[in-house]
Design a protein around this ligand. Sequence first.
Ligand SMILES: C[S@@+](CC[C@H](N)C(=O)[O-])C[C@H]1O[C@@H](n2cnc3c(N)ncnc32)[C@H](O)[C@@H]1O
Length: 234
Amino acid sequence: MKPIHVIGMGPGHPDYLLPAAMKALKQCDLLAGGSRLIEAGEPFAPPEVKKFPLKSDLKTWCLQLQDTLRQQPEIQAGILLSGDPGCHSLVPMLHQHFDSNALILVPGISSVQLFLSHLQLPWTHGPVISLHGRRTQWMDVLWHHSFINLLTDSGSGPEVLAKELLEAGHSDAVMAVGENLSYKNQRLMVGSPQEIRQQAPYQMNVVVISLDPETRAQLQQRKNALSSLSRPDR
Ligand SMILES: C[S@@+](CC[C@H](N)C(=O)[O-])C[C@H]1O[C@@H](n2cnc3c(N)ncnc32)[C@H](O)[C@@H]1O
């Protein structure tokens, strides 16, 4: 079996796809991953590239991929992951099914990294927590660090987080939402929990929350500038 490229696809737009990722995609005979990512990777892959779309049952999907690659060891596979493979990705699961030395990780630009750059805030302000399929005690983490970056899923969107902040008495928190980052329908928002609730519903997004007065002031200052930030052209 050939080593598998595990490719960080960035937030979605090709402007944020690293040249190393483009090079790896060019070598692939098979693209495995979510359909949004396969669509983003296809233009960089050979025309006859095969597709192996992600199924909701991740374990079965990994086992089927493993089988396919065992049966056809000449295939060069690329597993496409959103953002950076080092940020709350499938890599720990891939380690359970593939020899880690048979995986070549290609880093990508994380959705959190892109959003923080729009907000002009550093990575180092607070932890990055994923709420995918889990109800992590994110409020405790926020309380401890005064600042948090959250990867949300459909059950933990900004309006749900805003409601929980209000119920906990944090109406003075400042929230920022980066929705559909790098896409045409991108929305960048800064507001109080009450304001963020009013802008629901949300699609794919990351959320930044601050309780710290200095960062709250910085975020408020970015609020108007965000609406005029240009997006990459399609
Ligand atoms: C499984 S996590 C993977 C995170 C990824 N490894 C990264 O570095 O961005 C998927 C979550 O990342 C966030 N995400 C990924 N791409 C995004 C985008 N273009 N715009 C907004 N959020 C995005 C969303 O919170 C989504 O639910």
